[in-house]
Design a protein around this ligand. Structure first.
Ligand code: ITT
Ligand code: NA
Length: 210
């Protein structure tokens, strides 16, 4: 059974729309410091696999505000807990001119203890390049490091005053095509979101692997 490694039930709800045979593993892996989600997720996947002994998928995400050079980015979770989502909106409103562009990014990292076969599939090639950029392939040469496969998704939008009751985290202040993510249901959000895009890539690849 594939385990979706997260402490966040909102992520699980969205993942269940893509993956039927998946179960949440409520495991708080060590989040290494860095400016990129890839190494954080890759490190987390190895740690979670060693902990669970079953195939794991780690989901590391964040909100990257253009005018703040990507802040809060990999610190999104910490900033939500400390400042809060509304404060991020107020900061953007005070400091930045409209349209206050931002992106949500999601990095999924899969580990099942096995090697991955090379594939001519273009999606796969992109992910290999991404993995290499994140040091996942370099890490494989070190004997104690398990292979990890990376899938990424990004969606662009803008920071707006909070609207909507759905979703979680920064969804109320992130508007895409005139609608905030908190105004969408899980299926609508998945159809355009960072997580939906990453999950779609993963789902396609995982169906072949099984
Ligand atoms: P896990 O690490 O246990 O998975 P987390 O909520 O801490 O749970 P992250 O480390 O990926 O997740 O932190 C991402 C932060 O960005 C966190 O504050 C989330 O609420 C927020 N976030 C992630 N995905 C989001 C989404 O789709 N919509 C809104 N906010 C999101
Ligand atoms: Na986290």
């Amino acid at each position: 059974m594939l385990r979706y490694v997260t402490t966040n039930p909102g992520k699980v709800r969205e993942a269940l729309e893509y993956l039927d045979a998946v179960e949440q593993l409520d495991y708080d892996y060590t989040e290494v410091q860095g400016s990129d989600l890839g190494p954080i997720a890759a490190h987390g996947a190895r740690e979670a696999y060693r902990h669970a002994g079953e195939p794991v998928l780690v989901d590391d995400a964040g909100l990257f505000v253009d005018g703040f050079e990507g802040f809060p980015g990999p610190y999104s979770s910490y900033v939500e807990e400390t400042l809060g989502v509304e404060a991020v909106y107020r900061l953007a409103e005070r400091e930045l001119d409209e349209p206050r562009r931002a992106a949500f990014k999601c990095t999924l990292a899969y580990c099942d203890g096995e090697e991955f076969e090379a594939s001519p599939d273009p999606i796969d090639r992109d992910d290999r390049t991404a993995a290499a950029a994140h040091g996942a392939e370099r890490d494989e040469e070190e004997t104690d490091l398990l292979p990890v496969k990376i899938f990424e998704g990004t969606v662009r939008g803008r920071i707006v005053p909070p609207r909507g009751d759905g979703g979680f985290g920064y969804d109320p202040i992130f508007e895409h095509d005139g609608t905030t993510f908190a105004e969408m249901d899980a299926a609508e959000k998945n159809a355009v979101s960072h997580r939906g895009r990453a999950l779609a890539k993963f789902g396609e690849w995982f169906a072949e692997r099984k």
